[in-house]
Design a protein around this ligand. Structure first.
Ligand code: ZN
Length: 148
């Protein structure tokens, strides 16, 4: 995805999109953390749940994750319907399951927390007052403390 914001989306069936900004700014661990989180959404069935009921519309659903809360604009992916985000509980669940995925892949347990911290810093430098309206990232780091 050609997008100046750090963001990622999943289309189910193990298919993911990441923004060019994410690829440019993230180091290996941070990229792995974001991908593990996306993979976790897929693993936990969050993506399948978001598919349109009845199906047969022919248009793929791509779920834009609130990797960086507040970065709304996204270049549309051709032929796909982009739906915004997951519920808060799904985000927490994806973070927790993401830690397991990272462990299995041989990454240190703190990779996910480090990734969230890095995202918090990015939010800060991006301005826009995300912290006023979207305190979620700090909460997510807090929620992962018990998991490590
Ligand atoms: Zn998510």
């Amino acid at each position: 995805m050609d997008d100046p914001h750090v963001n990622a989306a999943s289309a189910g069936r193990g298919e993911f999109y990441v923004s060019t900004a994410l690829l440019q700014k993230a180091n290996d661990g941070q990229l792995a953390g974001v991908l593990a989180h996306e993979l976790a959404h897929d693993d936990l069935g969050h993506v399948a749940k978001a598919q349109p009921l009845g199906g047969g519309s022919g248009s793929d659903v791509v779920i834009l994750d609130q990797i960086m809360p507040g970065s709304g604009a996204l270049t549309p992916i051709a032929g796909s319907l982009i739906t915004p985000g997951y519920s808060r509980n799904e985000e927490y669940a994806a973070d927790r399951h993401g830690v397991d995925i990272l462990k299995r892949a041989g990454y240190p347990t703190e990779t996910m927390v480090n990734t969230l911290r890095w995202l918090t810093q990015m939010e800060g430098t991006n301005g826009g007052g995300f912290f006023a309206t979207h305190p979620a990232t700090g909460d997510r780091i807090e929620a992962l403390r018990g998991v490590q």
